[in-house]
Design a protein around this ligand. Structure first.
Ligand code: NDP
Length: 480
């Protein structure tokens, strides 16, 4: 099957006629082809979005909201089909796509379609001298670039607020996982989203992605992906003064104090380490455990990891599917090898499961736990983005904080303790954008999302908020 770009409300072939093979991670086989779009395709998509902008921006907000709610309903009606497509494309278990990715994509449309109806702007009365108020307008054509780990969920988290506030969009999904974005084009057609309001251009980052980020008629860039890619994009767009938000990688600490409920900490740590094959930017990849409970925790954690089964993504009893690509599997295995060379102990995993039949060449990896590494080594400093975690003991709160903050990233953290004062004190001292206390991955779309340091910029009113997609203007009107 050949996928097509979705431009100006129609499915069209790439102008060059070139395609990229799309592999199914669980089998290692090519199962579709995705357009290898170039700057020429991006130009056509941006022109369509630019033409559609004035009418969409001046469409009444209730009407925009109704249209996006229709998108949500139609997407929800096809939930099972989307879940299967996302699993085949990305490697994750179907049950995960069915219960998390696709329902959350539906929520993204519903949340922003209704939130925009209540969007307020502030006003200030200057002691009878003048009235100041903030007038918000959509920015224009939004360039939305998304990664492969949660393909539909992260893309719709951008499309929802961008369109709700009256922008039009050109999206560049990851070339590794184009399928659900392609299907979303069908949903948008069926929902009668006006032509050109949302366009999908498939292709590689350096070709299609760079053409979009560098386009003169795209004043806003919302990027979610790796820190190295963000550096390239930042260099490209800085001289163009584009409005931008960069949501990047993480190397998140999971800190377990001796007074924690160890049973709960173990159960949640297994999920926070290995859910979605560890390919979630919010996964806790560095586990730090207080010395007095370290041995007990490690024994229980290893036994829970043993029960985290790997295999056929369509089997509802399997916990973990395949990694997204051969290249990514090799990268992750490279870090496991490095850990061995550095004298680390592979407590469990570190190898590929032996699967038979059609899965024998899939990109599977057993969940892997490594101990005994220097916290400053590359394995504990760089984002691996796979089912590989390290476990390290700590003495006290001071050392725990030093270890947790001792990386260039600052996306999220989990803290496990029953001491309320310590929970607040520690959470406030962590250098990151999100802290979960005695839990993980509970998300509320009303809260700011994102990281600090090398994990990104633009969190306050960032990529995943309505405000980011509007241009605030201060209007000052004299009373006299
Ligand atoms: P990449 O940075 O490789 O790619 C992200 C997107 O950018 C893809 O669509 C990619 O296209 C595109 N791209 C690549 N090069 C360019 C370029 N020069 N100009 C414009 N676009 C470009 O990230 P991954 O897809 O590998 O995703 C994994 C990363 O995303 C991890 O670091 C993860 O932590 C991070 N992430 C962050 C989240 C957050 O909210 N903070 C959430 C989820 C993931 P293509 O793939 O086709 O090359």
């Amino acid at each position: 099957m050949d996928l097509a770009n979705f431009i100006d409300g129609k499915f069209v072939s790439p102008i060059s006629g070139a395609y990229l093979d799309n592999f199914e991670p669980a089998t290692g086989l090519v199962y579709s082809r995705c357009p290898a779009s170039t700057a020429a395709d991006v130009d056509v998509a941006v022109a369509a979005a630019k033409r559609a902008f004035p009418a969409w921006a001046s469409t009444r907000v209730e009407e925009r909201s109704r249209t996006l709610l229709r998108v949500a309903d139609l997407l929800e009606a096809r939930l099972e089909e989307f879940a299967r497509a996302e699993s085949q494309d990305q490697g994750k278990p179907i049950w995960l796509a069915r219960t998390v990715d696709i329902p959350r994509a539906v929520s993204n449309f519903r949340f922003f379609a209704t939130a925009v109806l209540h969007q307020a702007s502030e006003s200030f009365d200057m002691d009878g001298v003048a009235l100041n108020y903030t007038h918000r307008r959509p920015v224009g054509v939004a360039g939305l670039i998304s990664p492969w780990n949660l393909p539909l969920y992260l893309l719709t988290w951008k499309i929802g607020p961008a369109l709700a506030t009256g922008n039009t969009a050109v999206c560049k999904p990851s070339e590794l996982t184009p399928m659900t974005a392609y299907l979303l084009g069908e949903v948008m057609q069926e929902a009668q989203l006006p032509d050109g309001v949302c366009n999908m251009v498939f292709g590689t980052g350096p070709q299609a992605g760079a053409a979009l980020t560098g386009h003169r008629d795209v004043p806003l860039i919302s990027f979610t992906g790796g820190t190295t890619t963000a550096e390239i994009i930042n260099r490209q767009i800085a001289p163009m003064f584009k409005k931008s938000s960069l949501e990047l990688g993480g190397k998140n600490p999971n800190v377990i104090f001796s007074d924690a409920n160890i049973e709960k900490a173990v159960a949640t740590s297994v999920r926070s380490s290995f859910l979605n094959q560890g390919e979630i930017c919010l996964c806790g990849s560095r586990i730090f455990v207080q010395e007095s409970v370290y041995k007990d925790f490690l024994a229980r954690f290893i036994s829970a990891t043993r029960a985290w089964t790997v295999g056929d993504p369509s089997d509802d009893n399997v916990k973990m599917g395949a990694l997204v690509s051969r290249g990514h599997l090799d990268k992750v295995l490279g870090y496991v090898d490095l850990a061995r060379q550095l004298g680390g102990t592979i407590e469990i995993g570190g190898d590929q499961p032996r699967l038979n039949g059609k899965f024998k060449n899939g990109y599977f990896l057993n969940p892997t736990v490594i101990s005994g590494l220097d916290p400053l080594c590359d394995v504990m400093q760089e984002e691996i983005f796979g089912p590989v975690v390290t476990v390290t003991p700590f003495r006290d709160e001071t050392e725990a904080l030093e270890l947790a903050n001792g990386v260039k990233y600052g996306l999220a953290a989990s803290v496990w303790t029953s001491d309320v004062s310590r929970a607040h004190r520690f959470a406030q001292s962590l250098e990151c954008g999100i802290v979960w206390v005695n839990c993980w991955l509970k998300r509320d779309l009303r809260t700011p999302f994102g990281g600090v340091k090398a994990s990104g910029i633009g969190r306050e009113g960032g990529t995943y908020s309505l405000d980011f997609y509007t241009e605030p203007k201060n209007i000052c009107m004299a009373w006299e």
